[in-house]
Ligand binder design. Structure first.
Ligand SMILES: [Cu+2]
Length: 312
């Protein structure tokens, strides 16, 4: 089934990531479901936007897909039972944690698998990652987005929260190719030396972000568009909008009490920030990290964490 057809059929019965370019969700109560997800933690070579091949780690969902070039991403409904089975094909122990939901989980040894079970928490944006290897796990790519939708099936960022006409999830991350090379050759890396040189939105760098449905934000004038920023990396992301102002709805699922129109939204380390973008004008505008190296790839501008928003 193609992603858009899948969207029309609703995602209550599946945890595959299919939020992109979302137009209409049926507003009806969603019965709590059981989501069984299989993730393989593995090493693989990914080709960067400049052609460089770099060894990365990833959680790979063979039965689903994440937004953009991410190989995994979870979409569940509040109250769902979720069973994530992690098969570890890496050379070291890892685990599966969701900051704000579950930490200090048992590890899974190389070559083994383990099932992590939890009840989908309050609607909002989350990420999962490895909690065993310090920041190295995330720096190598062991992280992915988790979106929890309200149990009543409403098109809102959280239960009784602001409504959206469509929503996008933008998972920001980066890598330092020296770290990846060290890990690939069996060595270690001091995170104090971390100086990333490739940057991604949903695993893609500009201009690849402009041709993927998950990172080309398509909107209509007059709509309210929900954008979920999830920091899956090891640096901060000051996300800057051209053409629009946005209202921050939540930071790490905490409701923003003083809502001020912003053209830049700070995405702190390990944080999730959900915003509503009122589409006030037509046009094509950039949305990018204001950290200048973040819009480069291997030192070349413009690449990296830069996407386009298009409204008609
Ligand atoms: Cu700019």
């Amino acid at each position: 089934m193609k992603r858009r057809e899948f969207l029309k059929s609703g995602f209550a019965s599946s945890a595959a990531f299919a939020l992109s370019g979302l137009t209409v969700l049926n507003s009806k109560p969603v019965l709590a479901a059981t989501n069984n997800i299989n993730l393989t933690a593995e090493g693989t070579y990914k080709t960067m936007v400049d052609g460089t091949s770099i060894y990365v780690w990833q959680f790979n969902d063979a039965n689903g897909s994440g937004p953009g070039a991410l190989t995994s991403g979870l979409v569940v409904n509040e109250g769902d039972a979720v069973n994530v089975t992690v098969s570890n094909n890496l050379d070291r122990a890892i685990n599966f944690v969701i900051p704000g939901v579950m930490g200090n989980t048992p590890s899974v040894a190389p070559g083994a698998s383990r099932t992590y079970s939890f009840t989908a928490p309050a609607a909002g944006s989350y990420f999962y990652t490895d909690g065993v290897n310090g920041e190295i796990g995330k720096a190598m790519g062991l992280a992915g987005p988790m979106v929890v939708m309200p149990a009543d099936g409403s098109n809102t960022l959280y239960a009784n929260g602001p409504a959206f006409d469509r929503q996008y999830t933008l998972f920001m991350s980066e890598l330092d190719d020296r770290l990846n090379a060290a890990v690939a050759s069996g060595g270690s890396y001091d995170m104090n030396s971390y100086e990333p040189n490739y940057f991604f939105a949903n695993g893609l760098s500009f201009p690849d972000t402009t041709t993927a449905g998950d990172t080309l934000v398509s909107m209509n004038v007059g709509e309210n568009v929900g954008i979920r920023f999830i920091n899956g990396g090891c640096i901060t992301y000051p996300m800057h909008f051209h053409g629009y102002h946005v209202n921050v709805a939540t930071r790490d699922r905490l409701v923003e009490t003083s809502v001020i129109e912003k053209d830049s939204v700070q995405l702190e380390l390990s944080s999730c920030v959900d915003v509503i973008l009122p589409v006030a004008q037509a046009g094509v505008f950039p949305l990018h990290t204001h950290y200048v190296p973040g819009v480069t790839a291997g030192g070349v501008y413009p690449n990296g964490g830069l996407i386009l928003m298009s409204a008609s």
